[in-house]
Design a binder for this molecule. Structure first.
Ligand code: DX5
Ligand code: ZN
Length: 216
């Protein structure tokens, strides 16, 4: 399959969210990436359910929800109720990861597990068969506009090998510092979904940036 692009709304203009979501509706974006931060798991706070529910009502795109929060299991029902396509929880935030994964699936959502830059891919060995997607962080989560961590490329490679070895259909998504250069390297390494925030929204022509990412 050709790769997907999931623009992160974190870098959008928060005073004009409706305008930016409508722009995305009219773009080649495959998903809409929503970054939820709690000020505990990451040193920043973004937005929560009141805003996401409104966004859901005006987007045509499947919601790719990335929870950078402690105890994400508390919010499985809310994320399902807002009609999310996929719920991503951090490996580092889940003591009983298998239980959280099953709870997300039981609500009919796809499930993704996210790894911080320092968390080894090998830790997924005994859960990968349950996962629809693995989200590799290529920056330390919490902020848009950071520099891509090069080591992510070898993690994509390692994850691809694990997926092949286990014969699963798990997608590989990468988030942080994605632009045309890093995006090309990631797609060549086997990434299936590219998240991009500042690269898309800092442009005068975000739709064109999304098109360029799709063309990689
Ligand atoms: C970072 C978020 C990312 C962020 C990416 O914590 O998870 O989704 O919006 O932003 P860029 O593409 O600017 O690195
Ligand atoms: Zn994200």
């Amino acid at each position: 399959m050709s790769h997907l692009v999931s623009p992160s709304l974190l870098s959008a203009d928060f005073l004009h969210l409706q305008r930016d979501v409508e722009m995305l509706n009219d773009s080649e974006a495959d998903w809409l990436h929503l970054d939820v931060m709690d000020g505990v798991f990451v040193p920043n706070i973004s937005f929560g359910f009141p805003i996401m529910n409104l966004l859901q009502s005006i987007t045509d795109k499947p919601l790719d929800v990335h929870l950078m929060i402690v105890q994400p299991e508390k919010f499985v029902d809310e994320v399902a109720a807002m009609g999310a396509h996929i719920m991503n929880v951090h490996y580092e935030a889940c003591t009983h990861l298998n239980r959280v994964v099953q709870a997300i699936k039981a609500k009919g959502m796809k499930v993704g597990v996210t790894l911080n830059p320092h968390t080894p891919v090998a830790l997924l060995n005994d859960i990968i068969e349950e996962l629809d997607m693995v989200l590799l962080m290529s920056v330390n989560p919490g902020f848009g506009g950071q520099k891509f961590i090069q080591n992510t490329l070898s993690k994509v490679d390692e994850l691809k090998n694990l997926i092949i070895q286990k014969k699963t259909n798990t997608l590989i998504e990468v988030d942080g510092g994605v632009d045309l250069n890093t995006g090309k390297l990631l797609v060549d390494a086997g990434a299936d979904v590219l998240v991009a925030g500042s690269f898309v929204f800092s442009s005068e022509n975000p739709r064109e940036k999304i098109h360029q990412l799709k063309m990689l």
